[in-house]
Design a protein around this ligand. Structure first.
Ligand code: ADP
Ligand code: MG
Length: 263
């Protein structure tokens, strides 16, 4: 069986994706918030008319919590719109990749531990040019996908492995790989994985947004993301990042550029 390499360069960026998602979510969200407001008002009227205060109070609490949740979604949508307009407020800075990967591993641990052993292989690498929160989101997405490619079965844990690897790449590059021994992907699936909303998972399990967001994030950092897979054997996702600029040499070798007659 032949592994296939997919280079995701022509595909949707977080920009177009963000705009689409924001539009789709904004309308239903707006009427949810209006309805919640009306429900709150209705409850106040009921209370004023002498309705039993205990059930009213507990409904008010539910409405408050639901409103908070809806407002949180509104914030996320706003962020997506910001990204869509290219107004990134989180400026790239030197980030320790190992820390991001470790944090993502910790966040994914609950899902991974029922399905596979998590093995880490971290070589020393320079810092990369990135936004730490976004980078962590990329690795979390890759780890969760890897876990979801492995059946949740008591015997899985002994049979399957998810491997997170950090190693130096070509000069000026850092490579992070997430490998799994899960179901793998056919060439047809592999060719579409970075498309927004492409998913092979059940409704409610997958949105098909994870990898297109990963792709957009990595590209915005000047990096790249590739996938290879063999059906029935597993998949490898490889993220290549730019290492952060090194310290400026305090003693630039002026003599190298000085005219020959100057010395
Ligand atoms: P979602 O996880 O919501 O389906 P993603 O964009 O993260 O969306 O992934 C898109 C699709 O790519 C998945 O539905 C699955 O078919 C495939 N995929 C991604 N990662 C893996 C993996 N590690 N192993 C097998 N298939 C994968
Ligand atoms: Mg996913």
């Amino acid at each position: 069986l032949q592994a296939r390499l997919v280079v995701a360069d022509r595909l949707a960026s977080v920009g177009t994706l963000g705009a689409g998602v924001a539009h789709e979510i904004n309308n239903p969200l707006a009427y949810m918030l209006v309805n919640l407001h009306l429900i709150r008002e209705g409850l106040e009227k009921l209370e004023a008319q002498g309705a039993p205060s205990q059930p009213v109070a507990s409904i008010q609490q539910l409405v408050r919590e639901t409103t908070e949740g809806a407002e949180r979604i509104a914030t996320i949508v706003r962020d997506l719109k910001v990204f869509a307009r290219g107004e990134q407020e989180s400026r790239p800075m030197p980030v320790d990749v190992r820390r991001s990967v470790e944090l993502a591993c910790k966040m994914a641990d609950n899902v991974i531990r029922h399905r596979a052993r998590l093995v880490t292989e971290f070589e020393p690498v320079p810092a990369v040019e990135a936004s730490e929160a976004r980078l962590c989101q990329v690795f979390l997405n890759l780890l969760l996908n890897a876990a979801q490619a492995i059946p949740e079965d008591p015997s899985s844990v002994t049979e399957h492995e998810i491997r997170a690897i950090i190693r130096p790449g070509e000069p000026g590059k850092v490579v992070v790989e997430v490998r799994d021994t899960g179901v793998g992907m056919t060439p047809e699936v592999l060719g579409r994985i970075f498309d927004p909303f492409f998913t092979t998972k059940a409704v409610g399990v997958g949105t098909g947004l994870g990898l297109s967001i990963c792709h957009g994030i990595v590209e915005s950092m000047g990096g790249s993301i590739h996938a290879e897979s063999t059906p029935g054997q597993g998949s490898t996702f490889r993220v290549v990042l730019r290492s952060a600029a090194h310290e400026v040499d305090p003693y630039p070798r002026l003599s190298a550029t000085a005219p020959a007659g100057a010395r």
